[in-house]
Ligand binder design. Structure first.
Ligand code: ADP
Ligand code: MG
Length: 344
């Protein structure tokens, strides 16, 4: 590998305030609700008479990401997306974020700037203002925490707990890609450790690797639902896999469900890569995490408003009995567990 000859800047040369200044100076404020941003002891937001929605996510090096294959720019982007996805899941629109980082002295200024270039890209893409954060040192590794703040529209927010019997269960996009992307990256890392001269050809895996390294939040889906006055009865984002999220949703609602295996939205490319890894596509769709899709329920009278929209797939319905069940392709009924489903 070619050595990177560029001189990198030690963080202790510029100090904490120098660092904060350098990483935050290029951010623009685009939202009216941001009254006061970075530079004071706290930010001031003005949501007039709207309800505000707040969520926080923390990512820890070695636990949630591995920098040997996760570029810092992508990490910044993904950290923001994952918080925006939680606001989406409340039927909200994200307006502001704060970002807190803990960095060890192994990191140079240029690396932190890379991280912030991803954060900035996400802010631009989703019309979000960076209004504050905190910067501190860590003994080892990188920690990044993003708090997202947003608001509901006049029709209100959506909880996990209000699904009703006979509601349709829908999911956005397609499932399983992000998990497979991680499998591909982990495999390439192992190959690289054995033979550093090996140049991986990831073109065949572009889609799944992108699902892992550059996920998007479903904010346009929320815009569409709001514009068409479709208010889900319950909603949750799929960050830990469909099976564990459907269990959360049903348990909070005190209901059961039937999910049809044949309805799970899985792309052909995902299926092909499953085959290569000797994985079962339905298992991956149910248990693979980090897809950042939305899982929600609607009253069946709203169905005609979305049936022609290719973003949505009806995968089942809410039932009066409390069992959380999968109807398999061969017609068997089997309980869904947070790891997938009980196959016997
Ligand atoms: P304080 O001493 O009050 O905690 P800081 O010196 O940590 O203030 O921060 C100064 C300003 O910079 C504040 O507006 C804070 O929100 C912002 N800030 C600090 N660190 C970050 C960061 N990593 N990303 C974005 N904004 C930050
Ligand atoms: Mg501080």
């Amino acid at each position: 590998m070619k050595e990177n000859k560029k001189k990198l800047t030690d963080l202790n040369h510029i100090g904490e305030f120098g660092l904060i200044d350098l990483i935050t100076k290029d951010f623009e404020i685009v939202n009216e609700s941001t009254e006061l941003s970075i530079g004071d002891d706290a930010a001031i937001l003005d949501y007039k008479n709207q309800k505000s929605i707040v969520t926080t996510d923390m990512l820890v090096e070695g636990v949630h990401f591995d920098l040997s294959y996760f570029p810092l720019k992508h990490l910044g982007y993904k950290a923001v997306v994952s918080s925006i996805s939680d606001i989406c899941a409340m039927y909200g629109i994200t307006k502001q974020i704060t970002v807190s980082i803990a960095v060890s002295n192994r990191f140079k200024l240029e690396s932190i700037q890379e991280l912030y270039s991803g954060i900035k890209l996400a802010c631009k893409r989703y019309n979000v203002d960076l209004v504050g954060g905190d910067t501190t040192s860590s003994m080892k590794g990188l920690v990044i925490s993003v708090t997202a703040i947003g608001c509901a529209n006049e029709s209100g927010y959506v909880k996990r707990s209000e699904s009703q019997i006979n509601d349709l269960i829908l999911v956005t996009g397609s499932l399983g890609g992000a998990y497979l992307g991680l499998q591909v990256l982990e495999r390439e890392k192992q190959v690289f450790l054995v033979n550093p001269n090996n140049k991986p050809d990831l073109s065949k895996y572009k889609y799944v690797v992108e699902r892992q390294l550059k996920p998007e939040a479903k904010s346009e889906v929320i815009d569409f639902l709001m514009e068409n006055k479709i208010k889900p009865t319950s909603m949750i984002d799929i960050s830990d896999g469909l099976s564990s999220e459907i269990i959360h949703l049903c348990k909070s609602s005190g209901k059961g469900c039937r999910i049809y295996e044949e309805k799970l939205p899985i792309l052909k490319t995902t299926m092909d890569i499953c085959k290569e890894f000797k994985l079962e596509p339905s298992t991956i769709a149910l248990s693979g995490g980090e897809d950042y899709e939305l899982l929600f329920t609607i009253n069946s009278k709203d169905f005609e408003k979305i049936e022609n929209h290719n973003e949505f797939t009806v995968i089942g319905h809410i039932t009066s009995e409390t069992g959380i069940n999968l109807i398999t392709k061969d017609g068997k009924t089997t309980p869904i567990t947070s790891m997938g489903w009980k196959s016997f």
